[in-house]
Design a protein around this ligand. Structure first.
Ligand code: GLV
Ligand code: GLV
Length: 324
């Protein structure tokens, strides 16, 4: 009998077929509390789960006593309680490599859009406001040769540094848990402490996962250290930035602008003050959302689950100590 798997994200047909070849698959629309209650029987016998979003903690695991592997279609896994998974011996797989270049492209798009006010002025053109040659109220600030600060030098930070260094002649500063030799050698990136990063960066680009240590790492105190001409870019996880503090800083000119792909609450509520600020570019968490990359992530997630449930894991495992 094939192992039973719960799929909570729809897959392209060919990948769904591949999953069906290996497993007995039940597809549900999401790992919502309603679905978890409705599909209690299926979860009782599930050995694997695959999807994105939802919350996988001790309470969920108690409802899935046979679970051996979870495969998330994302690099981030802050919605998983890894300690609880470890206690239960559940292997967690993610997609850390396939999306790197695409997310770095998104970050560069946010850098350019917020500095040059691309969205703001394009909307004004569409509204018919371009009626004579444009004056300073249409101008933005330069990107090239400005200092790009990277908070969190992982794969994505490295790919951003490459773009900024070669494409835009930007000096790179970074802060991370440890020195990144490749970034220093290939892109002249300079390691500095967080305070220096805040004070010196023209663009503060956040590419950190959400953990207890990074939650609200950037708040009022940190924003106050930034230049009034600085732009904050966040494409990691929303709660790394204290959103209320950011809104205040954008309103009172503590910083110049923000380019955001992630928010404390997603989808961003229509009532969010961020949506009323002309110096905010807000994207709907599309860091990895291209046809090519989303296909690649889904494919990796399927391969990851097959590897995890057949004991052939070689990569993409969050808790590889369980495999020993
Ligand atoms: C997207 O945010 C991801 O974690 O892949
Ligand atoms: C992870 O967050 C990375 O930067 O690769």
């Amino acid at each position: 009998m094939k192992p039973s798997v719960v799929l909570y994200k729809s897959l392209p047909d060919d990948l769904r077929q591949r999953l069906d070849q290996h497993f007995s698959v039940t597809e549900i629309s999401g790992l919502t509390p309603e679905n978890i209650a409705k599909y209690a029987d299926v979860l009782q016998s599930a050995e694997g789960i695959l999807g994105s979003g939802g919350k996988v903690d001790g309470e969920f695991l108690a409802k899935a006593p046979k679970l051996r592997a979870a495969s998330t279609v994302s690099v981030g896994y802050d919605n998983f309680d890894v300690d609880a998974l470890n206690q239960r011996g559940v292997v967690l797989m993610h997609t850390p490599t396939v999306l790197t270049e695409t997310v770095a492209d998104t970050m560069m798009a946010l850098v350019l859009a917020s500095a040059r006010r691309v969205v703001d002025v394009a909307e004004r053109v569409k509204a018919g406001e371009w009626q004579s040659s444009v004056g300073p109220d249409w101008f933005g600030i330069d990107v090239h040769h400005k200092k790009l600060g990277i908070l969190g030098m992982g794969r994505i930070g490295l790919a951003l540094a490459q773009r900024a260094h070669f494409g835009f002649s930007m000096p790179i500063l970074y802060n991370a848990r440890k020195h990144h030799e490749e970034a220093e050698q290939r892109f002249d990136a300079q390691y500095c402490d967080l305070d220096t990063l805040l004070k010196e960066s023209d663009f503060l680009c956040i590419s950190l996962p959400l953990t207890e240590q990074t939650h609200h790492l950037i708040g009022r105190e940190q924003l106050a250290k930034m230049k009034p001409s600085a732009i904050l870019i966040n494409a990691g996880r929303g709660p790394v930035v204290d959103e209320q503090a950011l809104i205040a800083a954008l309103k009172d000119g503590t910083i110049y602008a923000a380019g955001l792909d992630v928010f404390e609450q997603e989808p961003l509520p229509a009532s969010s003050p961020l949506l009323k600020l002309p110096n905010v570019v807000a994207l709907p968490h599309i860091g990895s959302a291209t046809h090519e990359t989303r296909y690649g992530m889904a494919k990796d997630a399927v391969d990851n689950l097959i590897a995890a449930l057949t004991g052939k894991v070689e990569k993409n495992c969050v808790n590889p100590q369980l495999l020993k």
